[in-house]
Write a new protein. Structure first.
Length: 117
């Protein structure tokens, strides 16, 4: 799967995704830091990449309808420190092979993942 990691996430996540056989890039690595949400969404759509972000705005299905994207993963976590985010993603990675992502919105919270089409 192809992913784009938002600028609000640790760069070490790229290693986790790529280590599991995914193709992950970062917003910062593509010099898109500071881009508007709509511009970032268009890049993800054009590149056919699922977006992984802490930005809850991407959970708004009126602005970002899941069927228009290769997937949107919004992390709604109580803690945003690097070790915690890395741990959450380590636990989440196996689900990308078993649950639908394309045309879906995943809202990841402590202890659960809500998947919406």
């Amino acid at each position: 799967m192809r992913f784009k990691l938002d600028e609000n996430l640790p760069l070490e996540l790229m290693d986790l995704f790529n280590g599991e056989g995914h193709d992950a890039t970062s917003v910062l690595g593509q010099e898109l830091g500071g881009a508007t949400d709509s511009a970032l969404a268009e890049h993800c759509r054009a590149e056919e990449r699922a977006l992984v972000t802490l930005d809850a705005g991407f959970a708004d299905i009126r602005s970002y309808p899941p069927e228009s994207f290769s997937g949107i993963v919004v992390l709604r976590l109580r803690r945003h420190d690097k070790p915690y985010i890395l741990d959450v993603i380590r636990q989440l990675l196996p689900r990308f092979g078993t649950e639908p992502l394309s045309s879906h919105l995943w809202i990841v919270e402590e202890g659960r993942v809500r998947i919406r089409s």
